[in-house]
Design a protein around this ligand. Structure first.
Ligand code: SIN
Length: 189
């Protein structure tokens, strides 16, 4: 049996495991939100960063990349790797993945995706909604072992634009981060 994994955050631009195929497409009834706190990749326990998670949203779609992993060894290696990398995401969901916006049937069913739930008992790092300005400020100041939080945001924005699937929440946030950075640079000069 082959395994498919859907990535909607850093997994879009950095898989980190061997795969046989990569498709760009979307899942239904979810939206991508910067509501997950990151203390292990893009922030620290003292100053958490923000990464994306999925929020159920009837009628909305979330674009991303689906990876096909076939060989037994590749599947085991990928899963072991992902369980560490995505350890702050407390849930795995199995979803329908579509490549054609007008198709009623999914291209692939049972695609695995990591989700960070809003349940603070299961997911103590969850941060939840905040104003665009607040989220932008937090992203500007956070940095973790995987690099600055702002790079995560800019890479995600770029990967989505390059795939022809700009996400308004991501672009609005990236614009707000750029605006705030420019403002503080001007204030210093
Ligand atoms: C994902 O990319 O699918 C999960 C979130 C992340 O690792 O950025």
């Amino acid at each position: 049996m082959v395994m498919w994994v859907f990535g909607y955050g850093s997994l879009i631009w950095k898989a980190g495991f061997n795969y046989d195929d990569r498709l760009f497409g979307f899942i239904k009834n979810y939206r991508r939100v910067f509501y997950q706190g990151s203390t292990d990749h893009r922030g620290t326990p003292e100053y958490p960063g923000r990464t994306v998670t999925l929020e159920p949203a009837e009628g909305e779609i979330c674009w991303g990349a689906a990876y096909k992993i076939s060989g037994k060894e590749d599947k085991e290696t990928a899963l072991t790797y992902l369980e560490v990398r995505e350890k702050q995401y407390d849930q795995k969901a199995y979803v329908d993945f579509f490549t054609d916006p007008v198709a009623s049937k999914p291209a692939i069913s049972g695609v695995m995706v990591y989700v960070a739930s809003p349940d603070k008992k299961l997911n103590p790092n969850y941060l939840g909604p905040a104003s665009l300005e607040e989220i932008a400020k937090q992203i500007i100041h956070a940095e973790g072992p995987s690099g600055p939080n702002r790079d995560y945001l800019f890479q995600l924005e770029k990967a989505l634009i390059q795939s022809g699937c700009e996400d308004k929440h991501v672009s609005d946030l990236a614009n707000e981060v750029r605006r705030t950075l420019l403002e503080s640079e001007l204030a210093r000069s």
